[in-house]
Design a protein around this ligand. Structure first.
Ligand code: FRU
Length: 478
């Protein structure tokens, strides 16, 4: 282990012992201490799922990026491993930025962005982002091979390589910025070392962003999904409300052919906090996506507790009717379920009903019958800061968080989907909520900050009745 990695380990060990656990996730992956952002290098290798992530071990704020590392047998129970990469230079002297992992024979290969300034770091003119390679036989200790792809002439922002195998070649997409236009560039290689420029795979049309981060390009039910995280989209009505977005374009692609798509960017998650998702294949062929359950420049109250940032639940994606991406929690999540507690009341009439005390790690199931639910608003509350409810006048499903002490106040919402039954699976952890609507038709993910002791779950119906076909919760245990 290099001295920088050793230093990171020693720091994390001490810092972990000091963190305040009040908002630390019970069943999501977060760093032992310090800062975390994007998931990186999601991969199945040698009998384990590996998750790496953008990590700053020395502070709860973003800084020189390392790659944190954890592994799991089921994507639900995680074991922390030593920090895998530190910005040791020269190619990555100012940070090991986001990237991906592939299995090449008996080797685990990480392809990531080396972030470096030539001269002072106060201007993008001095910024260079290059793609680097590191390999490992044991999946824990990595040999660094330095830069394998230089910044194209004239570019500065050129990052987040996602590599995959197709036919006899490796392919790689990289996010980039050309002036005020976001782009995804495509490369091809026989050996992960020499990369051939295959041109621009996709680029922003008017209003579609100045930088496209974290591209990912995969097949799904015969179509091709370009998933990415654009910066610079303007909020419009209920769309694009967060500082940056994550979503996808759907189309067709074959090697050596252009990516044909309809130009329609669709957001993947309608909550406050979901960014920089990355996908990978499970050994049984499922396409699974994990995102960062946070948003840039949004307050992160857990920083006062010695840590910051967490990852979403792993979500299995598929293509639904209307060619929309569906996301539902992977089946393994059910392994967390303890006892089921049914909610006795099945009809609420202008009232509140108590469901659970001190809900820290809970999966709540609510199946509302819409034809008989005429209340103006009906849904659930957690403590005094979270409400997830149907607004019958607006015909929307609303997630409202209200933590004025932390400047986290506001709503996100989606139109009510079709159908008489509105089925909600709501995953609550100590500082997060993820709502899966109708088996994955829509999803809303947000960070929440209830104080300990103020976490009871209630159901409510305001001005009218609301009817439940099924309602109950599982306490989730690790
Ligand atoms: C996305 C991102 C990536 C970059 C990384 C830096 O959240 O900005 O584009 O590689 O975070 O930590």
């Amino acid at each position: 282990m290099t001295s920088l990695l050793k230093q990171a380990e020693e720091t994390l060990e001490k810092a972990h012992a000091r963190i305040n656990l009040r908002w630390y996730p019970r069943y999501h992956l977060a760093a032992r201490a310090g800062w975390m952002n994007d998931p990186n290098g999601l991969v199945w290798f040698d009998g384990w799922y590996h998750a790496f992530y953008q990590h700053h071990p020395y502070s709860t704020k973003w800084g020189p990026m390392h790659w944190g590392h954890a592994r799991s047998k089921d994507l639900v129970h995680w074991e922390h491993l030593p920090v895998a990469l530190a910005p040791e230079g020269p190619a990555d002297k100012d940070g090991c930025f986001s990237g991906s992992a592939v299995v090449d024979g008996d080797t685990l290969a990480l392809i990531y962005t080396g972030h470096k300034f030539h001269g002072s770091a106060d201007t993008d003119d001095n910024l260079y982002q290059v793609q680097c390679l590191a390999t490992s036989r044991d999946g824990i200790h990595f040999e660094r091979h330095g830069m394998v792809l230089d910044t194209p002439p004239g570019l500065h922002h050129f990052r987040d390589p996602k590599v995959w195998r197709e036919g006899e070649f490796w392919y790689m997409v990289v996010g980039s910025r050309v002036g005020e236009t976001g782009q995804v560039r495509l490369y091809r290689s026989a050996d992960l070392r020499q990369w051939h420029d295959e041109g621009i795979l996709a680029e922003a049309e008017e209003g579609m962003g100045y930088m496209w981060e974290c591209p990912d390009f995969f097949s799904l039910n015969g179509s091709r999904v370009l998933m990415f995280s654009p910066q610079g989209l303007v909020a419009e009505g209920y769309q694009n409300r967060n500082l940056f977005q994550s979503g996808y374009l759907l189309g067709e692609w074959q090697p050596d052919q252009p990516f044909g798509h309809d130009g329609q960017f669709i957001e993947m998650d309608s909550g406050h906090d979901f960014y920089a998702p990355q996908s990978f294949l499970s050994p049984d062929g499922r396409r699974i996506v994990i995102g960062w359950l946070d948003m840039w420049e949004s307050p992160m109250p857990e920083q006062q507790d010695g840590w910051a940032g967490m990852l979403s639940l792993p979500r299995e994606v598929s293509l639904g009717e209307n060619n929309r991406l569906m996301m539902k929690p992977i089946a393994e999540v059910a392994a967390l379920r303890g006892s089921y507690f049914p909610v006795p009341a099945h009809c609420l009439n202008n009232q509140q009903v108590f469901v659970a005390a001190e809900a820290e790690a809970v999966e709540l199931l609510l199946e509302w019958e819409r034809s008989t639910s005429l209340a103006e608003q009906y849904g659930m509350v957690l403590g005094d800061g979270l409400r997830i409810y149907v607004d019958n006048q607006a015909q929307r499903l609303v997630l409202e968080r209200n933590y004025p002490d932390f400047s986290l106040v506001g709503t996100r919402s989606i139109p009510l989907p079709e159908g008489n039954i509105l089925s909600l699976r709501i995953f609550i952890d100590r500082s997060s909520v993820e709502v899966f609507v109708n088996e994955g038709e829509a999803c809303l993910s947000s960070r929440i900050y209830p104080q300990p002791g103020v976490r009871d779950i209630m159901l409510f119906a305001n001005s009218g009745t609301a009817a439940l076909k099924e309602a109950g919760y599982w306490s989730l245990e690790k």
